[in-house]
Design a protein around this ligand. Structure first.
Ligand code: AMP
Length: 286
């Protein structure tokens, strides 16, 4: 019989630890879905996968200040707690963990987790301390929630790769699951930041998925040269007035290192663009 799910909101690390200890002693498995909130269907697909995988689902909601650069959008990152709680209730989340900022980063906080290879490509270049911030918060959350499984989105492919590497290198006993990107009807990858797009920007942003699709078609028709694919995708993106390319790169899907030749099943095309002042990323396996 389906267990009754009534999302319990947890607002301290001590309380989260107590819950985890209770679940563990009852022999229940935990699947964890870390988020920054403003939940959309992409997040919900991770929650659905989590429900299938373990007895209990913990979702965290924390806009992690240390993964944003000084001129980035931390101050205007969208938030709507009531809507997020309602979404968690509807999708059968057991615990919504909202750690207070003061507990996560008290004054004089000074310990960080860094990964020195996979994180140095793609977004690691344009957002220098981003992955250090991500890994630090994910490591902390793993230590508090002690999950058996944790789910991430393929939408942030480099983030997933860097987290997998940290888990392997630091012997975290958690199995990482990666779920496919959920898209709007016209192909735009769902993102909390899409809310910032005006109608005109939204229209131009469609080109991202069109360019990724074109790249996949090129590879399916036999193109293996990275330069050719990257050039075509760059041309398509820059044909839109509001788009500025941050990077367009074919990389190894595990290490995020650039590849000269596309290797079917092992290559990933990753793009990051500015749509005016909104930064969007997307990718497709090739
Ligand atoms: P965020 O709240 O943006 O930090 O994202 C939380 C998790 O949701 C991350 O693992 C993301 O990769 C994942 N995610 C974000 N957007 C999507 C999407 N469109 N499809 C699937 N997963 C997503």
């Amino acid at each position: 019989m389906e267990k009754e799910r009534k999302t319990e909101v947890i607002r301290s690390t001590a309380e989260m630890r107590e819950v985890v200890a209770r679940l563990r002693s009852a022999g229940e498995t935990i699947c964890f879905v870390p988020t920054m909130g403003y939940l959309h269907r992409g997040h919900l697909s991770l929650i659905e996968a989590a429900r299938k995988r373990a007895d209990r689902v913990v979702v965290s909601l924390f806009v992690n200040p240390i993964q944003f650069g000084p001129n980035e959008d931390y101050d205007r990152y969208p938030q709507d707690f009531d809507q997020d709680l309602a979404a968690c209730r509807e999708s059968g989340v057991d615990y919504l963990f909202c750690p207070p900022g003061e507990e996560m980063y008290p004054p004089k906080y000074s310990t960080y987790v860094d990964e020195e290879r996979y994180s140095r490509h793609l977004c690691g270049i344009s957002r220098p301390n981003h992955f250090r911030g991500v890994l630090t918060v994910v490591a902390k959350l793993f230590n508090i929630v002690c999950p058996d499984f944790a789910v991430f989105g393929q939408k942030d492919a480099q983030q997933a790769a860097v987290i997998r590497k940290m888990v392997a290198d630091l012997h975290f006993g958690v199995e990482i699951m990666v779920e496919p990107t959920v898209r709007e009807e016209d192909g735009l990858a769902m993102s909390s930041r899409n809310i910032h797009l005006t109608a005109g920007q939204r229209e131009d942003a469609k080109m991202i998925f069109q360019a990724l699709t074109r790249a996949r078609e090129m590879v399916e028709s036999g193109v293996t040269n990275t330069d050719r694919v990257e050039a075509e995708v760059t041309n398509m993106l820059t044909s839109r007035r509001r788009l500025r390319v941050i990077y367009v790169e074919v990389v190894d899907s595990e290490t995020m290192e650039r590849r000269r030749e596309i290797v079917s099943g092992k290559s990933l095309l990753a793009v990051a663009v500015w749509v005016d002042e909104v930064r969007l990323i997307d990718n497709t396996p090739l």
